[in-house]
Design a protein around this ligand. Structure first.
Ligand SMILES: [Fe+2]
Ligand SMILES: [Fe+2]
Length: 122
């Protein structure tokens, strides 16, 4: 995942990378739960930063977070229903692109804004 040069945000993206790299396909539900929990933390943290610094694009950004969370919940539910093929495919191929797009298109704008406000250091 490309760095945004904003440590307070990059931290969560790097942590996500590490979790995805450590994803254990044989312990699928638990690995998936870890990804979901970390993502909730990551998004909650960004939303708090946006509020704190009165970022204009807050609602749109939050909406995008919600879409991703819904997507994760949808695929997680599939694993619970035994429809593993789709969930595995998502973890192995879809999720990376999904996060890269979010970070490249949306988080990057927030990172720029935080940099301008000297708010990138954790
Ligand atoms: Fe992010
Ligand atoms: Fe974000």
């Amino acid at each position: 995942m490309p760095s945004l040069n904003c440590p307070i945000m990059d931290h969560y993206h790097e942590e996500f990378d590490a979790l995805l790299a450590a994803f254990n396909i044989n312990d699928f539900a638990r690995s998936f739960e870890r990804l979901i929990n970390q993502t909730v933390e990551h998004f909650t943290h960004e939303e708090a930063l946006m509020k704190e610094h009165h970022f204009q694009g807050y609602s749109e950004h939050k909406e995008e977070h919600q879409k991703i969370l819904n997507e994760l919940a949808y695929f997680y539910e599939m694993t619970q229903n035994g429809r593993m093929v789709f969930a595995k495919n998502y973890i192995q191929h879809g999720i990376r692109e999904r996060f890269d797009l979010h970070i490249g298109n949306i988080d990057s704008q927030l990172a720029l804004f935080l940099k301008q406000h000297n708010a990138c250091l954790s």
